[in-house]
Design a protein around this ligand. Structure first.
Ligand SMILES: Nc1ncnc2c1ncn2[C@@H]1O[C@H](COP(=O)(O)OP(=O)(O)OP(=O)(O)O)[C@@H](O)[C@H]1O
Ligand SMILES: O=P(O)(O)OC[C@H]1O[C@](O)(CO)[C@@H](O)[C@@H]1O
Ligand SMILES: [Mg+2]
Length: 500
């Protein structure tokens, strides 16, 4: 099935589109940039189509067209020219200072500006053009005058390895464009309205070494986000670009800010950067911080393994983060090769009975003398008492499954009169607070803002950096598919049965 989806314009024709798709054989693509496709009357504000999702009826002869139209609506990136009749100017971003080709290539070729036909593909990997570089790369034309831009960066939610790397990279890139006025908003959205939290002026000099430590140079916080107050503050501070680094909640907040700016007709680009060790953002292959978290988690698993193996009837137990998605637990269990039982929120299980986890632990102690269990914090919530309490951002506070398992295992083996030496490790904040590893330290997302997009997020989608409308990524958290190969690989590695 060869279907290419050109996402961000209301004005192209399906005929043109099919020509494109036949030529390049793209499938299910996210368009990177389509500014030149926009045909609209001067001064007439455009209204962006509201995202609509419909179930496909394959017996309907026009299903392809409907599917395509649905995608066009949903993946249309909000753009500044939706509300302003603006002409772009030539970009100020250039890498020519660093060039090593002795000037033989043209500036266009050297910078490799992406063109309107570049897109990331969801189902297959195929370059749309020889110059394809992913969405997160400069365009030839920009919609802001760099010398007049005030850009702000804010980090919200919990910590994540790589936050400082992203802040640093955003500052560096803004400076390459020629932006002089860059500020950090302290302690998440709180910094917009809490008196006493001053803007932090940022520059290459200020952020040069912040990547050498974990945490957030700007501070983080949960809760307290009042969209209208934040936008009042954005207006009062004359911010033109806002970079929000955060998870699902921060993205929802960024989108609300974007919508409010739209409503007030403010020329502000709100661009989000997905940040979550849980790796639970829809459509993203992987978010920064996840790899580091897995690596760090493996250290804890290794310690649990050594403790368990060295003890008589040792049982190592490690709790890892993952509110509603068990990616860290699955990946760390799989890559460590030291886990016998991995429990995640997406897969239900029983603890007692013939097929329960406890019986399996008995069997492991009998068979090999020790075992190691890894649990995601959100696992087994149906087995625990619900608290109904929420944190400042409205996230449900989970019952502590790690502590519950520790007690459960201890009591179980005591009850059956079998010695068991339980070693419980909860490395969750250590995993989150550490410095990013090499693969998590590379990300930047400034170009989308200069290209005029707003209400977007960027991330690795089928190995390419792509822009996506925030509305699409916040519909629900990404979760481990229990039928996926990865989960089955994990089961093969642990050798655990179905606990039902
Ligand atoms: N639906 C929403 N609309 C507007 N703002 C929101 C919404 N949900 C959360 N926020 C705000 O976004 C900020 C971060 O939210 P939250 O604490 O849930 O972290 P997060 O971005 O999901 O990151 P983490 O992955 O660490 O949980 C908070 O200040 C919160 O008030
Ligand atoms: O203790 P805090 O800061 O609220 O963060 C805990 C949460 O952070 C997360 O890692 C999300 O970033 C969740 O998995 C976890 O529940
Ligand atoms: Mg969250």
């Amino acid at each position: 099935m060869d279907i290419a989806f050109k996402a961000s314009t209301n004005s192209y024709t399906s005929h043109q589109h099919w020509l494109y798709s036949t030529k390049y054989q793209c499938q299910y693509g996210f368009s990177f940039t389509h500014l030149n496709d926009r045909k609209r009357s001067p001064m007439v504000p455009c209204v962006r189509a509201v995202s609509g999702k419909s179930d496909l009826d394959f017996s309907d002869p026009s299903w392809k067209q409907k599917y395509q139209e649905d995608w066009n609506r949903r993946f249309s990136l909000p753009h500044i020219t939706d509300i302003y009749d603006l002409k772009p100017r030539l970009t100020t971003f250039s890498l020519k200072k660093n060039r090593t080709d002795g000037g033989s290539l043209s500036a266009d070729k050297w910078n490799g500006y992406v063109n309107k036909d570049d897109r990331a593909l969801l189902k297959v990997i195929k370059y749309a053009s020889p110059t394809s570089a992913g969405a997160e790369w400069p365009r030839k034309e920009i919609y802001y005058e760099p010398a007049e831009v005030k850009a702000a960066i804010v980090t919200c939610g919990g910590l994540c390895p790589g936050l400082n790397d992203v802040i640093r990279q955003i500052v560096f890139t803004l400076e390459i464009y020629g932006v002089k006025n860059i500020v950090g908003i302290q302690f998440g959205y709180r910094g917009f309205f809490e008196k006493g939290l001053k803007e932090m002026p940022l520059s290459r000099k200020v952020v040069e070494n912040i990547n050498l430590s974990g945490g957030s140079f700007l501070g983080v916080s949960r809760g307290g986000a009042k969209t209208s107050e934040i936008v009042d503050s954005i207006q009062a501070r004359r911010i033109d670009m806002l970079f929000v680094i955060g998870g699902n909640g921060s993205h929802a907040g960024a989108n609300a800010i974007h919508e409010e700016c739209r409503k007030r007709k403010l020329k502000v680009s709100v661009v989000a950067v997905p940040k979550t060790i849980d790796n639970d953002i829809l459509f993203m292959d992987k978010t920064f911080g996840f790899d580091t978290a897995v690596e760090e988690a493996q250290r804890a698993i290794n310690s649990a393994y050594i403790e368990a193996r060295s003890a008589y009837h040792g049982i190592g137990l490690v709790k890892l983060m993952g509110r509603s998605s068990g990616f860290i637990a699955m990946q760390a269990s799989l890559s460590s090769g030291q886990i016998d039982v991995c429990l995640i929120p997406e897969v239900s299980f029983t603890l007692d009975g013939e097929h329960g986890v406890m019986r399996h632990l008995e069997h492991l102690l009998e068979k090999k003398g020790f075992c190691v269990v890894c649990v995601a914090e959100g696992a087994g919530q149906d087995l625990l008492q619900k608290s109904n309490a929420t944190d400042a951002s409205g996230n449900v506070i989970l019952s502590d499954f790690g502590v519950h398992m520790q007690q459960k295992i201890k009591n179980h083996f005591k009850d059956i009169g079998v010695p068991a030496d339980v070693k419980y490790i909860d490395p969750t904040y250590m995993v989150r607070a550490c410095r990013a590893n090499a693969s998590d330290a590379i990300l930047c997302t400034v170009h989308g803002a200069f290209a005029g997009f707003s209400g977007i997020t960027s991330g690795i989608c089928n190995t390419h950096y792509a822009f996506l409308p925030i509305t699409e990524v916040i519909t629900k958290p990404k979760r481990v598919n229990p039928n996926s190969r990865m989960w089955h690989r994990c089961l093969t590695s642990t050798g655990q049965p179905d606990f039902h």
